[in-house]
Design a protein around this ligand. Structure first.
Ligand code: HAM
Length: 432
Protein backbone atom coordinates (compact mmCIF):
# COMPACT_ATOMS: atom_id res chain seq x y z
CA UNK A 1 0.00 0.00 0.00
CA UNK A 2 1.42 3.38 -0.92
CA UNK A 3 1.71 5.96 1.85
CA UNK A 4 0.59 9.56 1.75
CA UNK A 5 2.95 12.42 0.99
CA UNK A 6 2.57 16.19 0.98
CA UNK A 7 1.70 17.80 -2.34
CA UNK A 8 4.73 19.02 -4.31
CA UNK A 9 5.92 22.36 -2.95
CA UNK A 10 4.12 21.97 0.42
CA UNK A 11 5.84 21.23 3.72
CA UNK A 12 5.14 19.32 6.92
CA UNK A 13 6.50 21.08 9.97
CA UNK A 14 7.84 18.56 12.49
CA UNK A 15 8.55 20.05 15.94
CA UNK A 16 12.13 21.04 14.99
CA UNK A 17 10.91 22.70 11.79
CA UNK A 18 8.15 24.43 13.73
CA UNK A 19 10.63 25.65 16.33
CA UNK A 20 12.83 27.02 13.53
CA UNK A 21 9.82 28.71 11.93
CA UNK A 22 8.77 30.22 15.26
CA UNK A 23 12.31 31.49 15.80
CA UNK A 24 12.14 33.29 12.42
CA UNK A 25 8.64 34.65 13.09
CA UNK A 26 9.65 35.94 16.53
CA UNK A 27 12.52 37.92 15.01
CA UNK A 28 10.17 39.26 12.30
CA UNK A 29 7.61 40.34 14.87
CA UNK A 30 10.21 41.83 17.20
CA UNK A 31 11.76 43.96 14.44
CA UNK A 32 8.38 45.22 13.24
CA UNK A 33 7.30 46.19 16.76
CA UNK A 34 10.66 47.91 17.32
CA UNK A 35 9.83 50.08 14.30
CA UNK A 36 6.32 50.88 15.59
CA UNK A 37 4.34 48.68 13.16
CA UNK A 38 0.99 47.12 14.19
CA UNK A 39 -0.02 43.56 13.28
CA UNK A 40 -3.03 42.70 11.06
CA UNK A 41 -4.28 39.62 9.23
CA UNK A 42 -6.69 38.80 6.38
CA UNK A 43 -8.41 35.68 4.97
CA UNK A 44 -6.38 33.06 3.11
CA UNK A 45 -9.18 32.65 0.54
CA UNK A 46 -10.24 35.70 -1.46
CA UNK A 47 -12.39 36.39 -4.48
CA UNK A 48 -10.34 35.66 -7.61
CA UNK A 49 -11.01 39.17 -8.90
CA UNK A 50 -9.03 40.83 -6.13
CA UNK A 51 -5.85 39.37 -7.66
CA UNK A 52 -6.75 39.43 -11.34
CA UNK A 53 -7.61 43.14 -11.03
CA UNK A 54 -4.18 44.55 -10.34
CA UNK A 55 -1.36 42.13 -9.57
CA UNK A 56 -0.14 41.40 -13.13
CA UNK A 57 0.12 38.43 -15.46
CA UNK A 58 2.82 36.48 -13.66
CA UNK A 59 0.94 36.18 -10.39
CA UNK A 60 -2.31 35.37 -12.17
CA UNK A 61 -0.69 32.44 -13.96
CA UNK A 62 0.42 31.12 -10.55
CA UNK A 63 -2.92 31.29 -8.74
CA UNK A 64 -4.37 28.36 -6.83
CA UNK A 65 -7.95 29.10 -7.84
CA UNK A 66 -11.22 27.18 -8.00
CA UNK A 67 -14.94 27.58 -7.98
CA UNK A 68 -16.52 27.21 -4.54
CA UNK A 69 -19.78 25.36 -3.94
CA UNK A 70 -21.75 28.56 -4.44
CA UNK A 71 -20.24 29.00 -7.91
CA UNK A 72 -17.94 31.85 -6.82
CA UNK A 73 -14.52 32.18 -8.39
CA UNK A 74 -12.03 32.17 -5.51
CA UNK A 75 -8.24 31.99 -5.04
CA UNK A 76 -5.79 31.22 -2.23
CA UNK A 77 -3.81 34.41 -1.67
CA UNK A 78 -0.49 34.49 -3.57
CA UNK A 79 0.50 37.72 -1.81
CA UNK A 80 -0.83 39.99 0.93
CA UNK A 81 -0.80 43.37 -0.80
CA UNK A 82 -4.26 43.29 -2.49
CA UNK A 83 -6.02 42.15 0.73
CA UNK A 84 -4.14 44.78 2.70
CA UNK A 85 -5.02 47.49 0.16
CA UNK A 86 -8.68 46.51 0.52
CA UNK A 87 -8.54 46.62 4.33
CA UNK A 88 -6.76 49.95 4.49
CA UNK A 89 -8.87 51.38 1.66
CA UNK A 90 -12.11 50.47 3.44
CA UNK A 91 -11.11 52.42 6.57
CA UNK A 92 -8.85 55.03 5.01
CA UNK A 93 -10.75 57.97 6.44
CA UNK A 94 -10.64 56.80 10.06
CA UNK A 95 -7.12 55.39 10.35
CA UNK A 96 -4.44 57.56 11.94
CA UNK A 97 -1.63 58.25 9.44
CA UNK A 98 0.94 57.18 8.66
CA UNK A 99 -0.54 53.71 8.82
CA UNK A 100 2.28 51.25 9.59
CA UNK A 101 1.10 47.64 9.53
CA UNK A 102 2.73 44.22 9.37
CA UNK A 103 1.63 40.61 9.04
CA UNK A 104 3.11 37.12 9.04
CA UNK A 105 1.05 34.81 6.88
CA UNK A 106 0.97 31.85 4.54
CA UNK A 107 0.88 32.37 0.75
CA UNK A 108 0.21 29.99 -2.14
CA UNK A 109 1.67 30.17 -5.64
CA UNK A 110 1.51 27.48 -8.26
CA UNK A 111 5.20 27.77 -9.21
CA UNK A 112 7.59 25.03 -10.26
CA UNK A 113 9.03 23.90 -6.90
CA UNK A 114 12.80 24.45 -6.76
CA UNK A 115 15.44 25.61 -4.29
CA UNK A 116 14.05 28.69 -2.56
CA UNK A 117 10.68 28.46 -4.32
CA UNK A 118 7.73 26.43 -3.06
CA UNK A 119 4.00 26.41 -3.61
CA UNK A 120 3.21 27.28 -0.01
CA UNK A 121 5.44 29.64 1.97
CA UNK A 122 5.24 32.29 4.64
CA UNK A 123 5.77 35.98 4.14
CA UNK A 124 6.37 38.81 6.53
CA UNK A 125 4.82 41.95 5.01
CA UNK A 126 5.33 45.52 6.23
CA UNK A 127 3.70 48.51 4.57
CA UNK A 128 3.38 52.24 5.23
CA UNK A 129 0.34 54.16 3.94
CA UNK A 130 -0.37 57.86 3.81
CA UNK A 131 3.12 59.24 3.22
CA UNK A 132 4.42 60.21 -0.21
CA UNK A 133 7.93 61.18 0.80
CA UNK A 134 10.99 58.99 0.51
CA UNK A 135 11.08 58.96 4.34
CA UNK A 136 8.52 56.16 4.04
CA UNK A 137 10.58 54.33 1.39
CA UNK A 138 13.63 54.67 3.64
CA UNK A 139 11.68 53.37 6.67
CA UNK A 140 10.70 50.22 4.75
CA UNK A 141 14.24 49.60 3.48
CA UNK A 142 15.64 50.21 6.98
CA UNK A 143 13.22 47.71 8.47
CA UNK A 144 14.30 45.08 5.92
CA UNK A 145 17.95 45.65 6.80
CA UNK A 146 17.30 45.78 10.56
CA UNK A 147 15.38 42.52 10.39
CA UNK A 148 18.12 40.62 8.56
CA UNK A 149 20.73 42.08 10.92
CA UNK A 150 18.66 40.80 13.85
CA UNK A 151 19.46 37.28 12.62
CA UNK A 152 23.17 38.07 12.83
CA UNK A 153 23.55 38.70 9.08
CA UNK A 154 25.92 41.48 8.00
CA UNK A 155 26.67 43.64 4.93
CA UNK A 156 28.91 40.90 3.53
CA UNK A 157 25.99 38.46 3.65
CA UNK A 158 23.23 40.40 1.88
CA UNK A 159 22.42 43.62 0.05
CA UNK A 160 19.44 45.66 -1.05
CA UNK A 161 19.32 46.14 -4.83
CA UNK A 162 17.55 49.47 -5.28
CA UNK A 163 15.93 50.54 -8.54
CA UNK A 164 13.24 52.90 -9.72
CA UNK A 165 10.19 52.23 -11.85
CA UNK A 166 9.85 55.96 -12.61
CA UNK A 167 13.33 56.22 -14.09
CA UNK A 168 12.65 53.07 -16.06
CA UNK A 169 9.36 54.47 -17.35
CA UNK A 170 10.97 57.80 -18.36
CA UNK A 171 13.75 55.90 -20.08
CA UNK A 172 11.32 53.70 -22.01
CA UNK A 173 9.16 56.65 -23.01
CA UNK A 174 12.24 58.54 -24.23
CA UNK A 175 12.43 55.89 -26.98
CA UNK A 176 9.07 57.00 -28.31
CA UNK A 177 7.19 54.14 -26.64
CA UNK A 178 3.62 54.99 -25.60
CA UNK A 179 2.37 54.88 -21.97
CA UNK A 180 0.24 51.80 -22.68
CA UNK A 181 3.22 49.75 -23.84
CA UNK A 182 5.38 50.59 -20.80
CA UNK A 183 4.19 47.63 -18.65
CA UNK A 184 5.02 45.19 -21.45
CA UNK A 185 8.51 46.62 -21.87
CA UNK A 186 9.03 46.46 -18.09
CA UNK A 187 8.03 42.80 -18.30
CA UNK A 188 10.65 42.21 -21.01
CA UNK A 189 13.30 44.00 -18.92
CA UNK A 190 12.35 41.90 -15.88
CA UNK A 191 13.09 38.72 -17.83
CA UNK A 192 16.21 39.95 -19.63
CA UNK A 193 18.62 37.87 -17.48
CA UNK A 194 16.75 34.66 -18.25
CA UNK A 195 16.12 35.28 -21.97
CA UNK A 196 18.24 34.92 -25.13
CA UNK A 197 19.34 38.45 -26.29
CA UNK A 198 17.96 37.81 -29.79
CA UNK A 199 14.55 37.01 -28.34
CA UNK A 200 14.58 40.14 -26.16
CA UNK A 201 15.49 42.31 -29.18
CA UNK A 202 12.73 40.66 -31.19
CA UNK A 203 10.14 41.40 -28.50
CA UNK A 204 11.33 45.01 -28.22
CA UNK A 205 11.28 45.39 -32.01
CA UNK A 206 7.61 44.51 -32.06
CA UNK A 207 6.78 47.34 -29.68
CA UNK A 208 9.04 50.07 -31.05
CA UNK A 209 9.02 49.20 -34.70
CA UNK A 210 12.58 48.20 -35.45
CA UNK A 211 14.29 50.15 -32.65
CA UNK A 212 14.77 47.07 -30.47
CA UNK A 213 18.56 46.83 -30.87
CA UNK A 214 19.14 50.44 -29.73
CA UNK A 215 16.96 50.05 -26.65
CA UNK A 216 18.59 46.72 -25.88
CA UNK A 217 22.11 48.23 -25.95
CA UNK A 218 20.97 51.07 -23.68
CA UNK A 219 19.33 48.54 -21.39
CA UNK A 220 22.59 46.66 -21.00
CA UNK A 221 24.38 49.90 -20.15
CA UNK A 222 21.77 50.97 -17.58
CA UNK A 223 22.11 47.66 -15.85
CA UNK A 224 25.84 48.26 -15.24
CA UNK A 225 25.16 51.51 -13.33
CA UNK A 226 25.79 51.28 -9.60
CA UNK A 227 26.36 54.85 -8.41
CA UNK A 228 24.40 58.08 -8.47
CA UNK A 229 27.19 59.76 -10.50
CA UNK A 230 26.92 57.06 -13.16
CA UNK A 231 23.16 57.60 -13.28
CA UNK A 232 23.74 61.34 -13.81
CA UNK A 233 26.27 60.60 -16.53
CA UNK A 234 23.86 58.24 -18.27
CA UNK A 235 21.06 60.83 -18.02
CA UNK A 236 22.94 63.08 -20.48
CA UNK A 237 21.89 60.62 -23.18
CA UNK A 238 18.26 61.02 -22.23
CA UNK A 239 18.45 64.84 -21.84
CA UNK A 240 15.08 65.02 -20.17
CA UNK A 241 14.19 67.34 -17.23
CA UNK A 242 11.88 64.86 -15.59
CA UNK A 243 14.68 62.26 -15.68
CA UNK A 244 17.10 64.70 -14.01
CA UNK A 245 14.54 65.63 -11.31
CA UNK A 246 13.89 62.00 -10.55
CA UNK A 247 17.61 61.35 -10.16
CA UNK A 248 17.62 64.07 -7.49
CA UNK A 249 14.87 62.18 -5.66
CA UNK A 250 16.87 58.99 -5.85
CA UNK A 251 19.90 60.87 -4.49
CA UNK A 252 17.73 62.14 -1.62
CA UNK A 253 16.58 58.64 -0.74
CA UNK A 254 20.19 57.44 -0.75
CA UNK A 255 21.15 60.37 1.50
CA UNK A 256 18.44 59.32 3.98
CA UNK A 257 19.68 55.75 3.92
CA UNK A 258 23.19 57.06 4.53
CA UNK A 259 22.01 59.17 7.45
CA UNK A 260 20.73 56.00 9.09
CA UNK A 261 24.18 54.46 8.67
CA UNK A 262 23.20 51.57 6.42
CA UNK A 263 24.60 52.64 3.01
CA UNK A 264 26.86 49.58 3.00
CA UNK A 265 23.79 47.43 2.58
CA UNK A 266 22.32 49.27 -0.42
CA UNK A 267 23.39 49.15 -4.10
CA UNK A 268 21.80 50.99 -7.03
CA UNK A 269 20.84 48.27 -9.47
CA UNK A 270 18.50 48.79 -12.42
CA UNK A 271 18.46 45.06 -13.02
CA UNK A 272 15.55 45.12 -10.56
CA UNK A 273 12.18 45.87 -12.13
CA UNK A 274 9.81 43.68 -10.05
CA UNK A 275 7.31 41.30 -11.61
CA UNK A 276 4.21 42.78 -9.94
CA UNK A 277 2.29 45.34 -11.97
CA UNK A 278 1.25 47.81 -9.26
CA UNK A 279 4.62 49.41 -8.43
CA UNK A 280 4.96 53.10 -9.27
CA UNK A 281 8.24 54.33 -7.77
CA UNK A 282 11.35 53.07 -6.00
CA UNK A 283 11.50 49.28 -5.99
CA UNK A 284 14.00 46.94 -4.39
CA UNK A 285 14.90 43.34 -3.79
CA UNK A 286 17.17 41.92 -1.14
CA UNK A 287 19.64 39.25 -2.21
CA UNK A 288 22.31 37.16 -0.65
CA UNK A 289 25.62 38.85 -1.57
CA UNK A 290 26.92 35.83 -3.47
CA UNK A 291 23.95 36.24 -5.80
CA UNK A 292 23.52 32.47 -5.76
CA UNK A 293 19.95 32.27 -4.53
CA UNK A 294 16.57 33.68 -5.39
CA UNK A 295 15.56 36.95 -3.73
CA UNK A 296 15.18 37.01 0.05
CA UNK A 297 12.73 39.92 -0.09
CA UNK A 298 11.15 42.43 -2.43
CA UNK A 299 9.02 45.53 -2.35
CA UNK A 300 8.55 49.12 -3.37
CA UNK A 301 6.13 51.99 -3.74
CA UNK A 302 2.64 51.44 -5.12
CA UNK A 303 0.79 54.75 -4.91
CA UNK A 304 -2.15 53.93 -7.21
CA UNK A 305 -3.27 50.51 -6.05
CA UNK A 306 -5.78 51.53 -3.39
CA UNK A 307 -7.40 54.05 -5.70
CA UNK A 308 -7.52 51.56 -8.54
CA UNK A 309 -9.30 49.09 -6.26
CA UNK A 310 -12.01 51.73 -5.86
CA UNK A 311 -11.00 53.42 -2.60
CA UNK A 312 -9.32 56.68 -1.60
CA UNK A 313 -6.12 58.00 -3.09
CA UNK A 314 -3.56 56.77 -0.55
CA UNK A 315 0.19 56.54 -1.18
CA UNK A 316 1.77 53.25 -0.15
CA UNK A 317 5.12 51.56 0.14
CA UNK A 318 6.02 48.16 1.52
CA UNK A 319 7.93 44.93 1.22
CA UNK A 320 7.72 41.23 1.92
CA UNK A 321 10.32 38.72 3.01
CA UNK A 322 9.75 34.98 2.65
CA UNK A 323 10.71 32.22 5.08
CA UNK A 324 12.17 29.81 2.49
CA UNK A 325 15.25 31.58 1.08
CA UNK A 326 15.91 33.20 4.47
CA UNK A 327 15.68 29.80 6.22
CA UNK A 328 18.12 28.29 3.69
CA UNK A 329 20.55 31.17 4.20
CA UNK A 330 20.44 30.93 8.01
CA UNK A 331 21.09 27.20 7.84
CA UNK A 332 23.97 27.63 5.37
CA UNK A 333 25.56 30.27 7.59
CA UNK A 334 25.05 28.16 10.69
CA UNK A 335 23.51 31.14 12.41
CA UNK A 336 23.09 30.27 16.11
CA UNK A 337 19.51 29.19 16.33
CA UNK A 338 17.97 29.66 19.75
CA UNK A 339 15.07 27.37 19.36
CA UNK A 340 15.88 24.24 21.36
CA UNK A 341 13.09 22.96 23.55
CA UNK A 342 12.91 25.23 26.50
CA UNK A 343 12.22 23.09 29.58
CA UNK A 344 13.11 24.83 32.81
CA UNK A 345 12.21 22.12 35.34
CA UNK A 346 12.01 18.37 34.94
CA UNK A 347 10.20 16.66 37.81
CA UNK A 348 11.60 13.26 38.85
CA UNK A 349 9.40 11.10 41.10
CA UNK A 350 8.37 7.60 42.16
CA UNK A 351 4.93 6.09 42.64
CA UNK A 352 5.31 6.85 46.39
CA UNK A 353 5.97 10.56 45.85
CA UNK A 354 3.74 10.97 42.82
CA UNK A 355 0.94 12.98 44.50
CA UNK A 356 3.38 15.48 46.00
CA UNK A 357 5.58 15.73 42.88
CA UNK A 358 2.83 16.13 40.31
CA UNK A 359 1.11 18.67 42.57
CA UNK A 360 4.34 20.67 42.57
CA UNK A 361 4.63 20.29 38.76
CA UNK A 362 1.16 21.78 38.43
CA UNK A 363 2.10 24.62 40.78
CA UNK A 364 5.21 25.38 38.64
CA UNK A 365 3.19 25.32 35.41
CA UNK A 366 0.65 27.68 36.94
CA UNK A 367 3.56 30.03 37.62
CA UNK A 368 4.35 29.86 33.84
CA UNK A 369 7.53 27.87 34.46
CA UNK A 370 8.08 25.35 31.62
CA UNK A 371 7.86 22.01 33.39
CA UNK A 372 7.82 18.43 32.17
CA UNK A 373 8.08 14.91 33.63
CA UNK A 374 8.01 11.28 32.51
CA UNK A 375 4.46 10.07 32.05
CA UNK A 376 5.41 6.65 33.44
CA UNK A 377 7.90 7.08 36.28
CA UNK A 378 10.74 4.62 35.68
CA UNK A 379 13.96 4.58 37.67
CA UNK A 380 15.38 7.92 38.83
CA UNK A 381 18.42 7.45 36.58
CA UNK A 382 16.26 6.92 33.48
CA UNK A 383 14.19 9.98 34.36
CA UNK A 384 17.36 12.05 34.79
CA UNK A 385 18.53 10.86 31.39
CA UNK A 386 15.30 12.12 29.86
CA UNK A 387 15.77 15.44 31.70
CA UNK A 388 19.18 15.78 30.00
CA UNK A 389 17.72 14.83 26.60
CA UNK A 390 15.09 17.57 26.74
CA UNK A 391 17.74 20.10 27.81
CA UNK A 392 16.09 20.82 31.15
CA UNK A 393 17.85 23.46 33.26
CA UNK A 394 16.92 21.83 36.58
CA UNK A 395 15.77 18.39 37.64
CA UNK A 396 13.61 18.44 40.78
CA UNK A 397 13.94 15.06 42.43
CA UNK A 398 11.18 13.97 44.81
CA UNK A 399 12.84 11.13 46.75
CA UNK A 400 10.91 9.33 49.51
CA UNK A 401 13.29 10.29 52.33
CA UNK A 402 13.34 14.02 51.52
CA UNK A 403 9.61 14.06 50.89
CA UNK A 404 8.92 12.87 54.46
CA UNK A 405 10.39 16.13 55.80
CA UNK A 406 8.87 18.38 53.10
CA UNK A 407 12.06 18.61 51.04
CA UNK A 408 13.15 17.89 47.44
CA UNK A 409 16.51 17.81 45.69
CA UNK A 410 17.22 20.38 42.98
CA UNK A 411 19.86 19.33 40.47
CA UNK A 412 21.42 21.93 38.19
CA UNK A 413 21.69 19.90 34.98
CA UNK A 414 24.65 21.78 33.52
CA UNK A 415 26.91 21.75 36.63
CA UNK A 416 25.41 18.57 38.18
CA UNK A 417 25.32 20.41 41.56
CA UNK A 418 22.57 19.25 43.87
CA UNK A 419 20.95 21.03 46.80
CA UNK A 420 18.24 19.83 49.14
CA UNK A 421 15.60 22.53 49.60
CA UNK A 422 12.31 22.96 51.42
CA UNK A 423 9.47 22.47 48.96
CA UNK A 424 8.13 25.95 49.83
CA UNK A 425 11.38 27.44 48.53
CA UNK A 426 11.44 25.60 45.18
CA UNK A 427 10.44 28.60 43.08
CA UNK A 428 13.02 30.79 44.77
CA UNK A 429 15.81 28.30 44.06
CA UNK A 430 14.96 27.54 40.44
CA UNK A 431 14.50 31.24 39.66
CA UNK A 432 18.10 32.13 40.47
P1 HAM B 1 7.36 39.13 -4.10
O1 HAM B 1 8.68 39.62 -4.60
O2 HAM B 1 6.47 38.44 -5.05
O3 HAM B 1 6.64 40.42 -3.50
O4 HAM B 1 7.60 38.21 -2.85
C1 HAM B 1 8.40 38.63 -1.76
C2 HAM B 1 9.22 37.48 -1.22
O5 HAM B 1 8.39 36.35 -0.95
C3 HAM B 1 10.25 36.93 -2.19
O6 HAM B 1 11.42 37.72 -2.19
C4 HAM B 1 10.49 35.55 -1.62
O7 HAM B 1 11.34 35.58 -0.47
C5 HAM B 1 9.10 35.16 -1.15
N1 HAM B 1 8.48 34.31 -2.17
C6 HAM B 1 7.76 34.69 -3.24
N2 HAM B 1 7.36 33.61 -3.95
C7 HAM B 1 7.82 32.53 -3.29
C8 HAM B 1 7.73 31.10 -3.49
N3 HAM B 1 7.06 30.58 -4.50
N4 HAM B 1 8.35 30.30 -2.60
C9 HAM B 1 9.02 30.80 -1.56
N5 HAM B 1 9.13 32.11 -1.30
C10 HAM B 1 8.55 32.97 -2.16
C11 HAM B 1 5.36 40.42 -3.02
O8 HAM B 1 4.74 39.44 -2.75
C12 HAM B 1 4.82 41.82 -2.73
N6 HAM B 1 3.41 41.68 -2.41
C13 HAM B 1 5.63 42.46 -1.63
C14 HAM B 1 5.13 43.82 -1.23
C15 HAM B 1 4.56 44.17 -0.04
N7 HAM B 1 5.18 44.92 -1.97
C16 HAM B 1 4.66 45.92 -1.29
N8 HAM B 1 4.26 45.47 -0.12
Amino acid sequence: MSTFQTLAGFRDFYPDDCAFRNFIFERFRQSAMTFGFEEYDAPILESMELFTAKSGEEIISQLFNFEDKGGRSVAMRPEMTPSLARMVGARASTLRRPIKWFSISEMFRYERPQKGRLRSFYQFNADVFGNESSYADAEIILLGIHMLKSFGLAAEDFHVRLSDRQLWTLFIRSHGIGEDDVPEVLGIIDKIEREEPSKTIESLDKICKGGGRKIFDNLLEIRTIHSINDVREFSKKIANDAFARRIDELAQLLARIKAFGVSDFVTIDFGIVRGLAYYTGFVFEIFERSGQSRALAGGGRYDNLIKRLGYADLPAVGFAIGDVTLGNLLKEKNIALEFSRNIHCFVVYSTQTETLALGQATMLREQKINTDYCLDPTTFSKQLKTAAQVNAKYAIIFGEEEAKTGHAKVKDMSSANEVVVEIDRLIEVISR
